[in-house]
Design a protein around this ligand. Structure first.
Ligand code: HAM
Length: 415
């Protein structure tokens, strides 16, 4: 028997109804902030992710589903959404449409990670990208959007954490911090885990969010980037925290947020929940002011985030929010009534009544049992007698009452 690939999942009913509901709430929420949907392909040129996410990141080095297609081109199944949105933004010259682009996406992403609770190889993200403004006002809007959505979805126990990663342009900003932190960590090299000793050479910032206890302890004592922000990045961060304060968005400043993708500068944030176990971040994002220019577009600043939907679902699973559907079950007694049943169910559905019918000419008892099992609110019974009288027997499954209703009054009755 062929089995599902490790790290991927079937989303079955009734859980799929909860997914639909979560997606509907998210779409409606994004629309309130005037974001429009963008749908990009799952397959992209490998170079897109290598150049945007960064050659030294775990995602690019170890986790990408990359292969040569039959034409010999290297393609990759997208590990995240931002790079594709940026590619599309540049390719379609979207800055011509409006100086600000506000785009959202919902869809599957692929990373070859070790599967565990909350970590899959195919997972889903809902994300927003706001391109064209460096104002802290844009950061505030993006973070408020995310915060209000999480509350609207009904997540109870979460914490929003923010940081600023400064910029690379001003030598006194992140470059000075990088030098300081590298010196500090080099002095402690023998206390770092093997992986972090390697990171020291290529990406020392990532040591700050290592989960190893010894590395964590060192990270807590390390100098923090917020003390190194330049004259542009510092007030930007202060405006952001001020705006969030004013709007009563509960957040914690965490100077150890560094993010796992290389394109970030200034604002970086994550939303975590202690109900999730070790994979505790269910959303993350930040500013990426230089990415668009570095991918061949114009110099457009941007900010965005993505929510991991599987992790969100883990948080919502305990809540019985699966919508109840009102179902009408058509019971057919005998082959002679099929034609009428077929026609009636079509008119029900055209009128918006959810309807299921018997295909197999099962016994009355078997059909009633199925209607009951499916949770039908009404059963519409059709036999030769009913057809002769121009009525159907309608049983209210909740009140357990039964009456005859003329065919032309059925829809009104069922509604
Ligand atoms: P990210 O932090 O890599 O950011 O992913 C965002 C979220 O996707 C994570 O917080 C997590 O909930 C979920 N996620 C990531 N990997 C997995 C996995 N293997 N299994 C299940 N869930 C996972 C980004 O992807 C950026 N593109 C976000 C962004 C948008 N930044 C700016 N704009």
């Amino acid at each position: 028997m062929i089995k599902i690939i490790p790290g991927t999942k079937d989303i079955l009913p009734p859980e799929s109804a909860l997914w639909q509901k979560m997606e509907q709430i998210s779409r409606a929420h994004f629309a309130l902030y005037h974001f429009d949907e963008i749908r990009t392909p799952i397959l992209e040129e490998t170079d897109l992710f290598v150049r945007s996410i960064g050659t030294e990141t775990g995602v690019v080095k170890k986790e990408m589903y990359t292969f040569l297609d039959k034409g010999g081109d290297s393609v990759t199944m997208r590990p995240e959404g931002t790079a594709s949105v940026v590619r599309s933004y540049i390719e379609h010259n979207l800055e011509r449409v409006d100086p600000i682009a506000k785009l959202y996406y919902i869809g599957p992403m692929f990373r070859y990670e070790r599967p565990q609770k909350g970590r899959q190889r195919q997972f889903h993200q809902a994300g927003c990208e706001l391109i064209g403004s460096d104002s802290a006002e844009a950061d505030i809007e993006i973070i408020v959007l995310l915060y209000d959505l999480i509350n609207k979805l009904g997540v109870k126990n979460f914490e929003l954490q923010i940081n600023s990663l400064g910029c690379l342009e001003n030598e006194n900003c992140r470059p000075r911090y990088l030098k300081t932190i590298t010196d500090y960590l080099t002095g402690q090299k023998e206390n770092l885990c093997g992986e972090c000793q390697r990171k020291l050479e290529i990406n020392p910032l990532r040591i700050l969010d290592c989960k190893n206890e010894a590395c964590k302890a060192l990270a807590f004592k390390a100098p923090i980037i917020l003390d190194f922000l330049c004259g542009d990045c510092k007030p930007h961060f202060e405006q952001l925290t001020g705006g969030l304060n004013q709007l009563e968005v509960a957040c914690k400043i965490n100077p150890r947020i560094v993010r796992g993708l290389d394109y970030y500068n200034r604002t970086a944030f994550e939303v975590i929940s202690n109900d999730l176990g070790s994979q505790n971040a269910f959303a993350g994002g930040g500013r990426y002011n230089k990415l668009i220019a570095s991918m061949g577009g114009s110099d457009k600043p941007a900010i965005g985030f993505a929510i991991g939907l599987e992790r969100l679902m883990l948080l919502l699973a305990g809540q019985n929010t699966i919508p109840n559907k009102k179902l009408v079950y058509m019971v057919c007694l005998g082959a002679g009534v099929k034609e009428k049943a077929r026609q009636l169910t079509r008119t029900f559905r055209a009128a918006g009544v959810v309807c299921e019918m018997d295909y197999e000419e099962k016994s009355l008892k078997a059909q009633m049992r199925r209607a009951d099992k499916l949770g039908a609110s009404f059963v519409v019974m059709l036999g030769d007698n009913e057809i002769a009288k121009g009525v159907a027997s309608v049983k209210n499954m909740v009140a357990k009452s039964q009456i005859e209703v003329p065919f032309d009054q059925l829809i009104e009755h069922l509604r």
